[in-house]
Design a protein around this ligand. Structure first.
Ligand SMILES: N[C@@H](CCC(=O)NCCCC(=O)O)C(=O)O
Length: 258
């Protein structure tokens, strides 16, 4: 059973969630999955603020004004590969150029402003690209790497169930949150980090060696994870700990703003 949601105190920090652009029927919508919004409320105890992904993008400074943190969500769409390599895309690869354009402007600006950032799955991949890293377009086709994808036919509870172990870097942020060096996570992605961007420090590895999490070396709170800690955030203490750490960084930031 899902525990009752946290009630938000007055003046709770404001966390921006950049939207995907999706067609619902013929109409474009700007959408953020509810589990990410719940993660911000129930896990981080912050106020979610949804950010549109218009093209051309609204100015990053205008979108980020008054925010105390940024949560980059997962998405079924894949970053267009020209952002990180010479490789071409493939037929039917789901892309979201509006999200690419907006997030590749928002992320560097949020970092320059010192906003705490928690990045999940596609968001994890985006920050790696911003730091000059590259991605495997199909992890399951890389010799030696596992298939990290879910079965889309399964019910969501099965797709997002704990699936494989990760090992946590000793003395890292996540090891401090978990209080151990190994933990189970879910796995819902086809792409993954190939080359880790400069200035990022690996925090966790899958059994096949794939980077599953990283932080920024220095600067404001920046934690990026390949799995989905927002999934039923309060039911898994490790997931809740990640959102609480992010929320605490946003609370500190909000106090500086006052
Ligand atoms: N498309 C990328 C990123 C995977 C990802 O973010 N999956 C999330 C799916 C929907 C959700 O839970 O929000 C890849 O395949 O690697």
């Amino acid at each position: 059973m899902t525990p009752p949601p946290a009630s938000l105190p007055p003046g709770a920090p404001r966390v921006g969630l950049p939207a995907d652009r999706k067609l619902i029927g013929p109409h474009p919508f700007h959408a953020v999955g509810e589990k990410y919004i719940r993660g911000v409320v129930d896990g981080a105890e912050c106020l979610p603020v949804l950010l549109p992904a218009l093209q051309p993008a609204l100015p990053a400074d205008a979108l980020l004004a008054g925010l105390d943190g940024l949560l980059l969500t997962g998405s079924v769409s894949n970053i267009e590969p020209h952002h990180y390599s010479d490789e071409s895309s493939w037929d039917g690869n789901p892309h979201d150029p509006a999200r690419d354009e907006n997030n590749f402007a928002l992320i560097p600006r949020a970092i320059a402003l010192g906003l705490p950032i928690l990045a999940i799955c596609r968001g994890f991949q985006e920050i790696n690209v911003v730091f000059g890293g590259s991605l495997h377009q199909k992890v399951h086709e890389v010799p030696g790497l596992m298939d990290h994808r879910e079965n889309p036919e399964d019910p969501l509870d099965v797709q997002y169930a704990l699936r494989h172990e990760i090992s946590l870097a000793p003395d890292g942020l996540l090891a401090g949150i978990a209080g151990t060096d190994r933990v189970m996570v879910n796995s819902v992605h086809g792409q993954g980090v190939d080359r880790l961007g400069e200035g990022l420090v690996a925090e966790a590895f899958a059994p096949d060696g794939l980077v599953e999490a990283y932080r920024r070396d220095g600067g404001a709170f920046l934690l990026a994870v390949q799995w989905h800690p927002e999934w039923k955030v309060r039911e898994t203490p490790f997931y809740h700990g990640i959102f609480r750490a992010f929320g605490d960084a946003c609370r500190q930031r909000a106090q500086q703003r006052m």
